[in-house]
Design a protein around this ligand. Structure first.
Ligand SMILES: Cc1cc2nc3c(=O)[nH]c(=O)nc-3n(C[C@H](O)[C@H](O)[C@H](O)COP(=O)(O)O)c2cc1C
Length: 221
């Protein structure tokens, strides 16, 4: 698969089949993604991957926290507000997904259904946790972003779908304890990997993008 096809094929998969991602495929994906650029080749990413029973244990504890309405506490602060234009796009995404999903699932329990899917990690067979030293600056987040998109694009090459989701790291203490992640590493983001359940309504929505005319100003061409 060429890179442009991979960029266009990737989408946030919110319903995975139970088929596992093999260890061999996971290593191939991570090996390719390791080529991501970083400030001074510092490669600030520390990557932990959970699958099988290990991930099942984390999922069970997340769902218990949901049942007990225990608030999440991510390692990095969540955004409290957005500039108006971004807030509008965020709202548009929510509305569009709700509209599509409510046609099949109704409106009454839709919020809970969506929330539970997040807490179930969309039933993904594997989750990659991207961590970095807590002392690092936002520039290292740039590097983590690069490696995370690289993981998702490399995954496409192997027919593996993905979902980057903050909800995957809502309770870092559960992940930290299970995977023995040191306290000085922030668990920044999770990327769920697996094979999309193509017919599932949760995978039907495709997000829109601003045009290049709007996002970029080109000079001197
Ligand atoms: C930092 C980040 C956090 C995200 N968190 C969630 C999440 O918690 N739950 C979810 O369903 N999607 C989450 N997403 C997926 C975005 O909603 C999605 O990338 C965006 O709507 C664009 O859609 P696409 O990925 O299908 O192209 C997250 C994406 C990023 C990059």
């Amino acid at each position: 698969m060429n890179v442009i096809d991979a960029l266009n094929a990737r989408f946030t998969c919110r319903a995975f089949k139970s088929d596992p991602v093999s260890r061999e495929t996971m290593v191939q994906i991570l090996e390719a993604a390791n080529r991501a650029p970083s400030w001074g080749n510092t490669q600030p990413w520390d990557i932990y991957v959970a699958a099988g029973e290990v991930l099942g244990g984390i999922r069970t504890e997340f769902l218990a926290n949901l049942a007990d309405t225990i608030p999440g506490a991510t390692d990095l602060p969540l955004p409290q507000d957005w500039p108006t234009a971004l807030k509008d796009r965020y709202t548009s995404l929510g509305k569009a997904r709700y509209k599509l999903l409510s046609e099949e699932l109704g409106r009454d329990t839709l919020a809970q259904i969506i929330q539970e899917r997040n807490y179930r990690f969309f039933d993904a067979p594997a989750v990659v946790y991207l961590c970095m030293d807590r002392s690092l600056t936002p520039y290292s987040m740039f590097d983590l972003g690069a490696v995370s998109q690289s993981i998702m694009l490399a995954a496409q090459e192997y027919g593996v779908d993905s979902a980057p989701a903050i909800m995957l790291v809502l309770y870092p203490q559960i992940i930290r304890k299970t995977l023995a992640i040191p306290e000085d590493k922030a668990i920044v983001m999770g990327v769920a990997l697996g094979f999309a359940d193509a017919d599932n309504i949760h995978n039907r929505y495709r997000s829109e993008r601003r045009s290049v005319e709007e996002t970029a100003k080109l000079y001197g061409f």
